[in-house]
Design a binder for this molecule. Structure first.
Ligand SMILES: C[S@@+](CC[C@H](N)C(=O)[O-])C[C@H]1O[C@@H](n2cnc3c(N)ncnc32)[C@H](O)[C@@H]1O
Length: 311
């Protein structure tokens, strides 16, 4: 009997807020950097009809196939590419998507990926410790768990997972090496937490941390944010939905820096940096999902949307 959970449908987060934030116009060109199941892409293509064009990028070849099915109706208006958004500028240039009207990111993983047990993202089923978004990634969660020095492993769990027991967990993992499966890892982590369980499983934060490390999610975001500016034409919009405080901080700081003319350290009598603003902030504070959206889709609860406009 197959005990694998059925493939879960991904519910798109802040869908109308992104369409509105991008100020989508008929005939406009857009780049979806995290295509996933194509939920945002479908809404953007609908709003940019007639004549809209969309380039969809995803590191996961399975996401590309799912989006191809979802976006059948707009086959002639979209190009879907299996690549990392860290290559945003090169992908856009090679396909003629220059000076686009909007670029957007919906970071993290999709419910589709979480519901495929063999991917190793979930501890609900026992599976190899993989956690790669796609074959482009060279390292797996097994590499982190079995090869990183104990201190480095603890640092990954603390920084990317904000796991308060990171040192105790890293010590237990190192003592249990080799650790080969999600189920074994989840049990090791649960063993560090005694007493009654909270609302979330004790392994949730560590699994998130390992996924971020495996896919170099913060490194890729930093690179892509820099590339999103030259890809976007004047008046075009950049939208970022993040689910993690480090991603949100990175986006906020980048938007703030790029919307400022001089970025010299404070106290200098004259500007020596020569920096000129390339963006205008559309959101000073992030946009959060409504209570009703969170009730419908609990996964949306930590989502934060920030928007900037190309000058
Ligand atoms: C939250 S899902 C997107 C869901 C989509 N917006 C929708 O509504 O159906 C995030 C997607 O981003 C992809 N992704 C994550 N990091 C990536 C990267 N560096 N480059 C390209 N795709 C990435 C994941 O594979 C996943 O499919």
């Amino acid at each position: 009997m197959n005990h694998a959970p059925a493939a879960q449908q991904h519910i798109t987060v802040l869908q109308q807020e992104v369409v509105h934030g991008l100020a989508v116009v008929p005939g406009g060109t857009y780049v979806d950097c995290t295509l996933g199941a194509g939920g945002h892409a479908a809404a953007v293509l609908a709003a940019s009809s007639p004549g809209g064009r969309l380039l969809g990028i995803d590191a996961d070849p399975r996401a590309i196939r799912a989006a191809e099915r979802r976006l059948q109706e707009w086959r002639g208006q979209c190009v879907l590419v299996n690549d990392t958004f860290a290559n945003l500028q090169a992908v856009c240039a090679s396909l003629g998507f220059t000076r686009v009207n909007g670029v957007y990111f919906d970071l993290g993983l999709s419910s589709l990926q979480l519901s495929e047990p063999e991917r190793g993202f979930s501890f609900q089923a026992d599976a190899p410790l993989d956690m790669r978004f796609g074959p482009l990634q060279s390292r797996t969660a097994a590499d982190a768990v079995n090869d990183l020095p104990q201190d480095e492993l603890a640092r990954v769990l603390w920084i990317y997972g904000e796991e308060p027991r990171s040192y105790a967990i890293a010590r237990r993992i190192v003592a249990a090496r080799p650790v080969r499966s999600t189920g074994v890892l989840a049990r090791i982590i649960a063993g560090v937490y005694r007493g009654p369980r909270g609302r979330i499983h004790p392994a949730t934060r560590s699994f998130q941390a390992l996924r971020i490390w495996v896919n170099d999610e913060l490194g890729a975001l930093g690179t892509a944010l820099r590339q999103a500016v030259p890809v976007t034409g004047p008046g075009g919009r950049i939208c970022v939905i993040s689910f993690h405080s480090l991603e949100d901080r990175m986006t906020k700081q980048w938007f703030r820096q790029e919307s400022t003319d001089c970025i010299c350290p404070p106290g200098l009598p004259v500007c020596v940096c020569g920096h000129q603003a390339t963006l205008k902030l559309i959101t000073r504070r992030h946009i959060a999902p409504s209570e009703e959206e969170v009730e419908r889709n609990p996964r949306a609860r930590s989502a934060k949307l920030r928007i900037a406009e190309r000058i």
